[in-house]
Write a protein that binds this ligand. Sequence first.
Ligand code: SF4
Length: 63
Amino acid sequence: MRVVLDADLCQGHAECELAAPEVFSVPRRGAVDVLADEPPAALSGAVREAVRNCPTRALRLED
Ligand code: SF4
């Protein structure tokens, strides 16, 4: 699983960080920092939830 971010769409809502703080870190300003763009399988549920919850659809997953 690979996390792909479209930084132009990210508005810093931090829903992703709420769902998977091990993978997403949102600064006070600017786009999210993806800490692990190939997260371990143990986090895949949390990462899927993060992608689902992103209100601007800035995140997507590739296999
Ligand atoms: S939830 Fe979406 S818009 Fe919000 S910080 Fe994460 S990637 Fe950016």
